[in-house]
Design a protein around this ligand. Sequence first.
Ligand code: EPU
Length: 330
Amino acid sequence: MYSLLSHNTFGIDVYASRFLEYSSTDELKWLIAREGITAPFLHIGGGSNLLFTGDYNGVVLHSRIGGIEVLRETERDVLVRVGAGVVWDDFVVYCVEHGWYGVENLSLIPGEVGASAVQNIGAYGVEAKDRIVSVETIDIHGKERVYAVDECEYAYRDSVFKRPENKSVFVTHVCFLLGKEERYVLDYGTVRKELEKYPSLTLRNVRQVIVDIRKSKLPDPKVQGNAGSFFMNPVVSKEKFEALRSAYPQMPYYELSDAKVKIPAGWLIEQCGWKGKSLGPAAVHDKQALVLVNLGGAKGSDIIALSDAVRASVRELFGIEIHPEVNIIS
Ligand code: EPU
């Protein structure tokens, strides 16, 4: 049995029957050929978006494929190939230090590069898909396939790699196209305003602003177990939105292109009175209600009990169903 405590940022004390790591595509192929990995298996990244509800009676796989390699560079942009096991924020720092634009708004997101392409991580007006060009994979039979970005079916926190039929497809490398010309995305929330504190608009300062905003709202998993946003922001019809807005004129929202509106789940949860409240050893974070935290010694079932209670409140007060963004592994 192998402890998964250091492999899930929620800090849930569970075990896997086996744990396998590999540091290259060849090593993964060799493992597959030698071990003949059979179900159940689970491929994890940094464990920052997982909730284990009990021991995992199967093989847990983890990539340690490293490397940031420049494939092509012009005066305008640079194409880089990054190993799935590279820590996401190390990659962001590398880009910022090299003067490459495009991922600075995604600073400090926990996790690894492989998972960024599976989950289509996003923050402050940018999503991973905006910079991904292609995703290299190997399946459980050792077959390689490169997905062009158009084949990845990217949507809000979603991709083809999350489909159940692709559970045995593992990301080995991700190719990103980054700009070398100054271009920022500053219109989300308070980003532009916070930048006024800095003397100049630079990549480093944009990163610092994002880091500061995140640190002020999101709990550090090293201090308090959590997996970032526990729920996705719900998308409702224009009619539903209008009805809600007349009852709650101060409700924040983002209009989407197809007559739909996204409502921040954090706001809905706060209106239900859950912000900072706990249920047993699980709590709703006091600075961002979208985040559930482990107060210490929580089991997966404690977090689920809180999630169910929060979802029921939101359903009752607003008639809106909110869904976990975190992958629940049972
Ligand atoms: N809000 C509240 N109360 C709260 C939390 C939020 O009223 O407790 C309001 C805020 O005042 C604001 C709006 O809701 O008007 C949006 O809040 P915020 O900017 O914090 O973003 P979010 O929609 O709650 C999403 C992502 C985050 C990402 C931020 C910034 C999802 C599920 N979450 O949160 O991503 O960092 O936007 O772009 O889309 C994650 O995925 O783990 C994550 C942290």
